[in-house]
Design a protein around this ligand. Structure first.
Ligand code: SAH
Length: 353
């Protein structure tokens, strides 16, 4: 019989399970606290639960903690990158960034990704599978335990398209912000999406107060299609009206991410068009100088060009920031470490065969 993933269960689900096992339902709250507040490693640590019930639990539930297989720390800014192994041996990556206002963790939502953005390393081998709620939670739990530092912010900007793993994402957000868990404020959680209109609209109706960031990367459909194959399927008009709906429902300021690629989306005309596109919205445009992808001929524009792009937006009264680069010395950008680890492992397998 397949064991049920206990870390992915919310409190209501866990109560049902506990009662099915013939125990009082308050035991569920005790177990839940051990997992989601005290971040324990297994049932044996649950000292206020009888040994016999702990044994029953071990026969009924799996306890899929993540295993850190690699950890890199930046000598420049203390950013830490973690490579975690899942119970089926897939690997995912997460990043801990230390800011003055607190510690932020960037988590993955899928192993791989099927969106195919041309400049993104996460998508090169396609989608392997969705991550379970437990696997998203565990990235934060392990990092908090390993580093000994409290995590106050979460960005879902690692590998994967979070809105392509919708139900697990929403469950993860409810659990991590629950007062029975780490109680991380929803205002401190940001989800980044390539723009799937129907799921953005759905998210608007969930009653969550999280921040939403759209990977815009171009001011019109034609230019966007060059960088993002999903742009062929979802037109900007529909994506942006879903974003407007998200703002109306949540009143959370929108973020538009714009990865600048030399000669592709960094012209003055494109900056003007971008300004027009977002004018009047309560939003921030976050410019990300692209991490070079030599194989595809994508390079970041020079500093002068980036500044010029920013100035045009500012002249049009758009709030704009240039993303500060974190962990430049440890391959901290999306998917790079996971890919090099997977390539290395494949090579080892070939040489052992
Ligand atoms: N799938 C989600 C979240 C993952 S990527 C999304 O599309 O938003 C997080 C951000 O990093 C996205 O804006 C993505 O487009 C950007 N990104 C990916 N690879 C990059 C690279 N090589 N250089 C700069 N930004 C990159």
């Amino acid at each position: 019989m397949e064991l049920k993933d206990v870390i992915s269960m919310d409190l209501t689900e866990l109560e049902k399970e506990v009662v099915l096992l013939g125990e009082k339902s308050y035991r569920a709250a005790q177990i839940y606290r051990w997992i989601h507040e005290k971040l324990c490693d297994g049932f044996d640590e649950m000292t206020n639960i009888s040994e016999s019930f702990r044994e029953r639990c071990k026969e009924t539930f799996s306890f899929p903690v993540l295993k850190a297989v690699e950890r890199l720390e930046s000598a420049i800014d203390g950013t830490c990158k973690f490579l975690f192994e899942l119970s089926d041996k897939n690997v995912i990556e997460s990043v801990l960034m230390k800011y003055h206002h607190g510690n932020s963790v960037c988590i993955s939502s899928q192993a791989g990704c099927r969106m195919g953005c041309r400049f993104c390393a996460s998508t090169l081998n396609g989608l392997t599978r969705n991550l379970a709620p437990s696997e998203m939670l565990e990235q934060v739990y392990r990092i908090q335990k390993i580093s000994g530092q409290r995590v106050s912010n979460i960005v879902v900007m690692g590998t994967g398209e979070p809105l392509d793993n919708y139900d697990n994402l929403v469950k993860f957000i409810r659990m991590i912000s629950s007062e029975n868990g780490l109680n991380i404020s929803q205002r401190n959680i940001t989800v980044s999406t390539c723009g799937i209109p129907e799921n953005i609209s759905r998210l608007a109706e969930e009653g969550l107060g999280i921040n939403l960031a759209l990977s815009l990367h171009a001011p019109n459909d034609t230019d966007r299609e060059v960088l993002m194959p999903v742009a062929r399927q979802y037109k900007l008009k529909d994506v942006l009206s879903a974003m407007d709906k998200y703002y109306q429902k949540t009143k959370r300021r929108l973020t538009f991410e714009y990865s600048l690629v030399a000669g592709v989306n960094d012209s003055a005309a494109q900056a003007e068009q971008l300004a027009k596109l977002v004018f009047g919205k309560n939003c921030l445009v976050n410019l990300i100088p692209v991490n070079d992808v030599k194989e595809r001929g994508f390079f970041r524009p020079n500093t002068e060009k980036i500044q010029k792009f920013k100035n045009i937006l500012e002249k049009n009264r758009i709030h704009v920031t240039i993303r500060r680069e974190m962990g430049a010395d440890i391959n901290a950008a999306c998917g790079q470490l996971r890919k090099s680890y997977a390539d290395k492992r494949k090579q080892q397998e070939v040489s052992q065969a």
